[in-house]
Design a protein around this ligand. Structure first.
Ligand code: TXA
Ligand code: MG
Length: 351
């Protein structure tokens, strides 16, 4: 038995009664986890400092790591920000509701407890109907970090939320598996030129088609692993499984051969080995626990199953994990950003 009340529903069939109940819970300062198209969120009333404090406590999250304020309707943006730059408005028109978070200067309505003490605020309008209806029922402003214990991979299934927070929160809305599986793209509009603080489903090229020039925070590029990223949450080792994860990069044949050899060695030492790979190469690995996340030609599936694979390896008590690199064309930057953080930037290059 978990403490949290768990209710199931789908995007097509909203359980309005349960959503109203969750809305009342949030208005009264309680916490409820809910699905979005990116990952599950842990929601609390964003305008209630006490609710934000509870969120940090439930996640075990450092209180200087700001939360994203989720809204359901465009008219809810203006009251919480100082101004809306024209470029941000254009991006909102093109990408909201969707997997996009924008950073603005905050208005006094938003408590510092929600923004981790910053004068800026992150805002997102999710596409998920479950999420949007919950936000409306809750009064319009829901602070929601990913619904995982701080440092663990973000939840892509309600079961992941139960595992991490089932005993610590009041309610969990189970909407099945999320669509995207990686957290939203974050774009900062508090500087002259918009800056990507976290890569996601929407990549730089897609953003530049709407905004013109867009910068990428140098702190999130792997070659600059020592530069401090602007988004506080991007500074921590994060998305990490308990096992030691190494990424192996290079020509396919060399990669599979190296992983096979290393796995064999570890298995001989009696250690449990997980292998994260694509469907095309899965057949090359005969030992260890092989988890194909998706086809190289279908990168959506790789993004969607990445965190699930990392959590599955934890559940099966793996000691070491070897992963192929997934430099896919559209979401490769986002996938590799998360994988590199999960690996603590441990990469083995083979020729
Ligand atoms: O897809 C998502 O964005 C999910 C779903 C639930 O909406 N939420 C999510 O929240 O990923 P969280 O708290 O796990 O990540 C929020 C990130 C953190 O890296 C945080 O540091 C950054 O956004 N952030 C929030 N407010 C910020 C601000 N004012 N300035 C810079 N970074 C900010
Ligand atoms: Mg998170």
């Amino acid at each position: 038995m978990t403490r949290a009340k768990i209710v199931k529903m789908t995007e097509e069939h909203l359980d309005m009664e349960a959503l109203r109940e969750a809305g009342v819970l949030l208005r009264n300062g309680g916490l409820a986890a809910f699905p979005t198209e990116t990952v599950y969120g842990l929601g609390g009333n964003a305008l209630d400092p006490e609710a934000s404090r509870k969120i940090y406590q439930a996640k075990g999250r450092p209180s200087d790591n700001p939360l994203i304020v989720h809204i359901a309707d465009m008219e809810h943006l203006a009251p919480i920000v100082r101004e809306i730059p024209a470029s941000a408005l254009a991006l909102a028109k093109a990408c909201w509701p969707g997997p996009l978070t924008m950073i603005f200067w905050k208005s006094p309505l938003v408590p510092y407890e929600t923004t981790g003490g910053l004068d800026s605020v992150a805002v997102r309008m999710p596409e998920s109907r479950i999420a949007r209806e919950l936000i409306r029922q809750a009064g319009g402003y829901v602070a929601a970090p990913s619904a995982n214990t701080s440092g663990r991979p973000s939840p892509t299934l309600a079961e992941h939320v139960v595992e991490d927070l089932g005993e610590r929160i009041d309610m969990i809305i189970d909407g099945g598996m999320v669509k995207i599986g990686l957290e939203s793209t974050i774009v900062d509009f508090t500087e002259e030129v918009p800056v990507i603080l976290r890569p996601g489903y929407l990549n730089r090229q897609m953003l530049e088609e709407i905004l013109g020039t867009v910068k990428v925070d140098p702190g999130i590029r792997e070659e600059n692993a020592k530069v401090r990223p602007k988004a506080p949450g991007m500074r921590y080792r994060h998305y990490a499984p308990r096992a030691e994860l190494t990424i192996v990069e290079g020509p396919e044949e060399k990669v599979t051969e190296t992983i096979r050899e290393m796995a064999k060695e570890k298995l001989a030492e009696g250690r449990r080995v997980g292998i994260l790979c694509c469907r095309e190469t899965a057949g090359q690995y005969r030992e260890g626990r092989v988890f194909p996340v998706g086809s190289r030609l279908g990168e959506d599936s790789i993004a969607r199953h990445l965190y699930e694979a990392l959590r599955q390896f934890d559940q099966e008590n793996m000691d070491v994990i070897y992963s192929e690199a997934f430099d896919t064309p559209r979401m490769g930057q986002a996938i590799m950003n998360r994988l590199l953080k999960a690996a603590g930037h441990k990469v083995l290059e083979v020729q």
